[in-house]
Design a protein around this ligand. Structure first.
Ligand SMILES: Cc1cc2nc3c(=O)[nH]c(=O)nc-3n(C[C@H](O)[C@H](O)[C@H](O)COP(=O)(O)OP(=O)(O)OC[C@H]3O[C@@H](n4cnc5c(N)ncnc54)[C@H](O)[C@@H]3O)c2cc1C
Ligand SMILES: NC(=O)c1ccc[n+]([C@@H]2O[C@H](COP(=O)([O-])OP(=O)(O)OC[C@H]3O[C@@H](n4cnc5c(N)ncnc54)[C@H](O)[C@@H]3O)[C@@H](O)[C@H]2O)c1
Length: 480
């Protein structure tokens, strides 16, 4: 194999894969992905895919049991785990490597480190080193790893991280989840459904603390119904474990764990740390380039280029812009298109060369129970930016389409509208199966569709989308 490509991408998660393929598509350029673990990255094997594979059966059973006339839906734990393993291909990345090769991308196994402009050293699993070079561009796409807060005894207790929770092979009898963000809320739902007793230790006063308050409140209400014990304003002070043991991913890591939190001692079979992410920039050799990192993240301009280094790009979690697969892939499409244009001497004068969506137009779905699907700014974030906004909310349970989905459907939606321009700057939907509702809102936010125009976007009857009509009516103005 050669040691020189036109484009080298470090990190083979979905953003890395997309950056490589967009950078060479329709050309004779060559590309390589350097990957130290599995091509497909965290998302495919330890994050998005296994977590959603675990949550979907929970959702289906819940939906079936919420319908009069349907009886006896239950979870088969072994079957659920088996289906999860199908989605993670039992950690075999050969199909991803096959895809890369099929579109002209080489895969270089090993840990990449920048040693100079357009130059990297790759250390293989056997310790051998190899120097490789890029003619045009190097793209950093190394992602993040789970943060483990510096609580005395926590690291020594070998707690579960999201990798163990998504790849669980046994269900601990009782789990303490540290954190109240998306990882914590999603994991709490599947662990509870699979049979664990779950206690959540949340530092702040809300679940999904960056969401609209009504979303946090509905999730907390439902978690109480599910028997998830959520404790707010609690910090873990100390942890100790009898005989911690590295029993492998997704297996209980030793004896019972004592946690001292809020002046109380809690004894659990396992701890799940879901306290955010740390960028994987530590050993990338970036200091040699004199790069200043922001909390460890690589700063880029809207062409995803590292300022001052026109050959160096970054995409995905490592940019700290939006730690979401779809946003990383969006950045990758832009970076790849920019690399192609620069390689061919074309100007970057079209909309596809600039990252726009990361600036306050990011969609996200938390697939917990209930789901929380949102895009853009919350009311609080909009006000913080000095936008004069009005808000409108409506109960999803009062929408005919929603009531047909489940008996006693509970949910709520809210819009954040910029009064000056009369366009939507944010939207949040909370409830069972609301994930697919958010894209309509994303189109309205990104397209800056005036609310008066939305009156003419007629939702079909009886669908959950009629929430749009109800929200406009609740705003109390027909400006059509
Ligand atoms: C439990 C969980 C669930 C999630 N669910 C969702 C979801 O439903 N939807 C969503 O949009 N997002 C979700 N996310 C976030 C999503 O996983 C990330 O945004 C996404 O994986 C980021 O992709 P990335 O390529 O930037 O990083 P990663 O997926 O982390 O990939 C980085 C790759 O780089 C490799 N690497 C690192 N350093 C080097 C090096 N020096 N040399 C070579 N290779 C290296 C790693 O091995 C890895 O394969 C979830 C996250 C978690 C933790
Ligand atoms: N469905 C999805 O789209 C999805 C699912 C999972 C994760 N993700 C993404 O992955 C990223 C990581 O998720 P996450 O939930 O780990 O992070 P997060 O930032 O969403 O939440 C972190 C939580 O940990 C708490 N925390 C932080 N430091 C702590 C400490 N020292 N002690 C106690 N608690 C502490 C925070 O208060 C917060 O509740 C997020 O950006 C998220 O968007 C997305």
């Amino acid at each position: 194999m050669t040691d020189q490509w036109d484009v080298i991408v470090v990190g083979g998660g979905p953003p890395g894969e997309n950056a490589a393929s967009y950078a060479i598509q329709g050309s004779s350029r060559t590309a390589a992905i350097v990957e130290k673990e599995l091509v497909g990255g965290e998302c495919s094997y330890w994050a998005c895919m296994p977590s959603k594979a675990l949550l979907r059966p929970v959702d289906v059973v819940d939906a079936a049991n919420a319908l009069t006339g349907v009886r006896g839906a239950t979870l088969d734990v072994a079957g659920v785990l088996k289906r999860r393993d199908q989605f993670t291909h039992n950690h075999d990345d050969s199909s991803q490597v096959g895809w890369a090769n099929s579109v002209g991308i080489d895969v270089v196994r090993g840990r990449g480190r920048i040693t100079g402009p357009r130059e990297l050293t790759v250390t293989g699993t056997d310790g051998t080193e190899r120097t490789i070079r890029a003619n045009h561009a190097v793209v950093l796409a190394t992602g993040t790893t789970a943060a483990v807060p510096p609580v005395p005894g926590l690291r020594e207790a070998l707690p579960w991280t999201s990798r163990d929770a998504t790849n669980l092979h046994e269900v601990p009898s009782k789990v303490a989840v540290i954190g109240g963000g998306v990882v914590a809320c999603e994991a709490a739902v599947w662990l509870r459904a699979l049979g664990a007793e779950v206690v959540m230790l949340v530092r702040g006063d809300a679940l999904l603390g960056r969401s609209e308050p009504f979303a946090s409140a509905l999730v907390a209400e439902r978690f109480a119904e599910l028997g998830i014990d959520v404790r707010f304003n609690v910090s873990v002070e100390r942890v100790s474990r009898k005989s911690p043991a590295d029993t492998g991913e997704g297996r209980v890591h030793g004896g019972p764990v004592d946690l001292v939190a809020g002046g109380e001692t809690l004894v659990v079979a396992e701890v799940v740390v879901a306290a955010g992410r740390v960028p994987a920039t530590g050993d990338l050799g970036l200091d040699a380039l004199g790069l200043s990192l922001k909390n460890g993240f690589v700063e880029v301009d809207d062409h995803l280029t590292v300022p001052g280094h026109d050959w160096l790009y970054a995409v995905g979690d490592i940019t700290g812009r939006a730690l979401l697969t779809h946003m990383g892939k969006y950045q990758a499409r832009i970076a790849g298109t920019v690399i192609g244009a620069r390689a061919e001497g074309r100007p970057l004068d079209g909309p596809r060369y600039r990252d726009v969506a990361d600036h306050d137009m990011v969609p996200q779905v938390a697939f917990c129970d209930p789901q929380v699907a949102s895009v853009g700014l919350t009311e609080a974030a909009a006000r913080q930016r000095g936008i004069d906004v009005e808000t409108v909310e409506y109960d999803l349970g009062n929408v005919a389409g929603a009531s047909l989905q489940r008996d006693g459907y509970k949910g709520r939606a809210g819009l954040v509208i910029d009064r000056t321009s009369d366009v939507l700057v944010g939207a949040t939907f909370v409830g069972p199966d609301v994930a697919e509702l958010v894209h309509a809102a994303t189109i309205a936010v990104v397209g800056k569709v005036p609310v008066s125009t939305l009156w003419h976007a007629v939702p079909s009857y009886p669908t959950v989308s009629e929430i749009w009509l109800r929200l406009l009516e609740a705003r109390g103005e027909d400006s059509s």
